[in-house]
Write a protein that binds this ligand. Structure first.
Ligand code: BT5
Length: 252
């Protein structure tokens, strides 16, 4: 694509008409693939979300892709790449559609209150060393209708913009932005994109429900930590940095 301005992200580009899951395939080939290898499929037959959830990936209606990365960072830092992908998506969506989107921490991109993209970051490595990371990105670009159970929480860019969106332009823009933010993150650390994460956040300032050890707690999201975590202030005055587990915005 002439629109791709990257040095290494997406330079090794593997394209499939149909695949089970680009993340699964990426994990299979990662050890033998160069840094930045990008896998794109027109359709996924077993697209996945987090915790074994399903990801609806209709043929030619979205961007279903995975990026293989081999950074020299601590395994704990892998989650920050979800935030790198999220800010890249918000910029790419604005550049190609003019739509304003927001990050629902940690991995959803929301347009007009509904989920338009999801990110699934997976890591392979040991306690002290990363072998590779796969950042999976699902964007509902031209999906025109969703399964009944998703209709009130999912949307597509074409539905929100009331017009078809060029998937190639959006993919290139996403990869261009991703490489830029990824380099900034590697060179300068997460704090260099933290302000953008805060600016684009839908979660900050909202009441959130946090599920920890099977118990539900209600608090207010007050900050994004310098490690990409969500800082939640609870009623008893305690503040906690949430790095994993489930956070849901009440009322969304
Ligand atoms: C995610 O999980 O949001 C991560 C989605 C990552 C998908 C990409 S596509 C390329 C790569 N290959 C894969 O196999 N996956 C990645 P989570 O936060 O767990 O959200 C999953 C939930 O979102 C589901 O349980 C549904 O409720 C909802 N959902 C499913 N498909 C959707 C869609 N197309 N659009 C919006 N919401 C959806």
């Amino acid at each position: 694509s002439p629109h791709l301005k990257t040095n290494f992200i997406g330079r090794n580009y593997l394209y499939f008409d149909s695949i089970s899951s680009t993340n699964d395939y990426a994990k299979e080939i990662a050890s033998d693939s160069p840094d930045g290898t990008t896998i794109v499929a027109e359709e996924q037959t077993s697209g996945r979300g987090r915790m074994g959830r399903q990801w609806v990936s209709y043929k030619k209606q979205g961007i279903w892709m995975s990026i293989i990365l081999k950074p020299n960072i601590a395994p704990n830092d892998a989650v920050k790449l979800t935030q790198v992908a999220a800010v890249s998506l918000v910029d790419a969506i604005r550049e190609t559609t003019n739509l304003t989107s927001y990050i629902k921490w940690p991995n959803d991109i929301i347009v007009n209150g509904k989920k338009a993209c999801g990110i699934l970051t997976e890591m392979n490595g040991e306690i002290d060393k990363i072998n590779f990371i796969v950042v999976g990105i699902g964007v509902n670009v031209n999906v025109d209708s969703f399964p009944v159970d998703l209709q009130d929480k999912a949307t597509s860019l074409s539905i929100e913009a009331s017009k078809k969106i060029d998937r190639k332009l959006l993919t290139a823009s996403m990869l261009n932005n991703f490489e830029r933010y990824y380099r900034t993150f590697l060179d300068k650390g997460f704090f260099s994109i933290r302000n953008l994460c805060k600016k684009y956040s839908l979660t900050l300032g909202k009441d959130v429900k946090v599920i920890m050890n099977n118990k539900e707690y209600v608090g207010q999201a007050v900050d994004i930590g310098d490690d990409g975590s969500l800082i939640v202030a609870f009623k008893n005055g305690e503040k906690k940095a949430i790095t994993s587990g489930e956070v849901s915005i009440r009322g969304l």
